[in-house]
Design a protein around this ligand. Sequence first.
Ligand code: SAH
Length: 345
Amino acid sequence: MPDLRAVIDDIVKQRGAISVAEYMALALGHPQYGYYMTRDPFGSNGDFTTAPEISQLFGEMVGVWVASVWERAGKPDNVRLVELGPGRGTLMADILRAVKNAGTFLDDTTIHLVEFSPTLRAAQRDKLNGHNVTWHDHIDDVPPGFTMIIANEFFDALPIEQAVFHDGHWRKRMITAAEEDLIFTIGPALNGIHVQNPTDGAIYEYAPMAADIMAALSRRVADRGGAMLIIDYGDDVPVDERVGDTLQALHKHAPAPVLENTGLSDITAHVSFAALRDVALENMCAPAPVITQREFLLSHGIHMRADHLSRAATDAQRADMLAGLGRLVDADKMGHLFKVLEVYG
Ligand code: SAH
């Protein structure tokens, strides 16, 4: 039995069933056995591959975005460049290379990484060696200043709650231990869900932790000036119309059962961009309309950059780069499933 299962069994014995968010938080973030705490999950030997690990073009386009926001804001001093959940540090390394020539941007910019995994903090330290980097547990610990925030595949890893429509009421979806297996059960009634005409068994998702973090980010950007760029897989369906179970687990690049091998597979949920926009608006920020990753990368010149890099590349490097480009922008790959939200203070 995996170690984390024993931890969950103990909690269930003491307090009864746990919520989906409690389960997800344990599976991903338990200090000893949590999925992210002990491993580097990325790449062909891991469980999943993210855009910055596919191609340097991705981070370079984010760098173009960073430089253009900074210029439009009148080239403020003392910029805080923040990344949430930086993984191996690849995205930040590519951004920093891309903005090297953007005037004086890097002269007094400090880099702040919000990361909860000691293993990944170490990988980031190696990758960003030589830059002025500090690590934080929370955005509120980042020193004041004009703030640019980047988050790629961060929000999908934050714990979500689920509600089930049962006998005419929304009830919290819970998880409990039954002999060998963990199973879903139905918990207390929930108020405040406004979906029209739900059918029996319908699932509604909400993300309290994502909302809290988004509120803190928005307050900061509204107070100090700045912008955020949130990239993730998800949808822009209005909150009151959004029904469906998007919780999923991945192990070795293949779908895995969410309630098995807890702590050994990655668990994520689709990000509700509509919910994130609502929180930004409530906190005095200006969210742009949500666009696809394809639209974002094309409008920041990814094809031009790929052409430029091709000129100095070998045939094998060129083929590799074009394959990476396709994975990032093609409609049937990441191009449409991944969405981009820009928020301005
Ligand atoms: N942005 C990277 C990695 C995405 S994976 C990339 O695109 O490759 C998710 C990242 O978020 C990991 O670095 C993980 O350790 C971090 N993370 C997940 N939940 C977190 C939390 N609650 N607090 C801080 N970091 C978290």
